[in-house]
Structure formats: structure tokens, C-alpha cells
Design a protein around this ligand. Sequence first.
Ligand code: ADP
Length: 228
Amino acid sequence: MIEMHDIWKTYADGTHALRGLSVRVNPSEFVYVVGPSGAGKSTFMKLIYREERPTKGSIFVNGFNLEKLKQRKIPYLRRNIGVVFQDFRLLPKLTIYENIAFAMEVIEAPKKIIKKRTLEVLELVNLKDKVNSLPTQLSGGEQQRIAIARAIVNNPSVIIADEPTGNLDPDTSWDIMKLMEEINFRGTTIIMATHNKEIVNTMRKRVLAIEHGHIVRDEIRGDYGYED
Ligand code: ADP
């Protein structure tokens, strides 16, 4: 479960990114985060995996109180959270296999288990035949499926996705959403920021709208609600 209470975030240059945001996300929920550029969506998501810290307010993620979390405990938080970005962020010099296995090596999983699980997630995203390819040899949609495989390889309870379809064409975006839905169906919480009106309005999940650093709308089966 994720809980934020009265979160304020002011960056070093004085920008107020979040201004008194409170929210609770239950296990296995699928949540879209919408709102204009600069509203605070990315900041909101970065707080969850401790990429940023709030200026004020409390955050609990899977029982961790992030205010009190020691630096050396951050890996324990992060192994429970998979992150997916708009620009994929695969390591260009590593093969597809190595990109995914690397996420398990950092948590010191045994070699045999790494191999088994890496091939398993490649199967899940339907790209087993690319195991020895380099990221540049894959299409954008394929690279994003690999990034998703990497995000789920350690069985996280939460996936944070910041505009994962932002660089993809509509058909490929739908493939990615099918995959996200399947991952959610297996019990993983998904929090996804998006500007894709069609996806939000078709999938009918919970929608959080953020404007000027706070939540202005929270609907159970919401719609996109903007014209762009
Ligand atoms: P969104 O994801 O909705 O576009 P962001 O969370 O990225 O919004 O940004 C919210 C506000 O904080 C914007 O005004 C943005 O310019 C600012 N901002 C984001 N990151 C930083 C940073 N590292 N330093 C200063 N300002 C930032």
C-alpha cells in the first residue's frame, strides 16, 4: 500500500512541485495519473521510489516509512518497485538477456535463478527470440517490452510507469497496455502517468488528476478529462 499525507515538494531553485498532496493507493490497484505538463506528476512518482524526498509530509510504501528510511535500506524498498520510463533506458552495450539479468544481479540473486527467471519474463513479454540482441536492434515497442520485463523480474509489488507509451505509435501503445493490464491482473499495483486520452478513456481505471501540485480529481472509473 502507498500512502501520502500532506506532501509538499519544493526543489532547490524554489519551484513548488507539490503543494499539500494526499492520497492512498491500495494493493493491486491500477491508477492513471493525468494532468498538464509541469503539474507535478513525475515528482509524485519519484517520491514513491525515493528518487526525490518531500520537503514536508509523510509517505508510506509497503510498510516502509520513507521519512525514516535509512540510506542503506533504500535497496529493500526499490526491489519492490519496478520503474518504466518513456525513453526505455536500457543499457545500450548489454544484450537483452544481460539488461534483464542485471536487475537480478544487483539484488544478488543466485545465477541459476537469474537465468530461469530472465527467460521466464522474456517469455511473458513474448521476446524470447531477442535474448542475444542489443537494444538498438529492437523497435521502440520491443524495447519498452524489455524495459517492462526488467521492471517485473524481481516480482515487485508496484510498477511505476512515467508515460511509457509517450514515444510509441497507437498500435504499439496498445500492446504495452495489454501487458500492463496482465501484470496488474497478476496482482501488481500499477501507477502510470500518461497523456494518452484514448487509453485512459478506454481502460476505465482509477484516475488521479494533478494540477499545480495537488490532486484535483480522483475517480474510480475515471476519464482523461483534458482535450490534448
Ligand atoms: P509533470 O511530470 O507533471 O510534468 P514534474 O513533476 O516533472 O511535472 O514537475 C513539476 C514542477 O517541478 C515543474 O514546474 C518542473 O519544472 C519542476 N521541476 C521538476 N524537477 C525539478 C528539479 N529537479 N528542479 C527544479 N524544478 C523541477
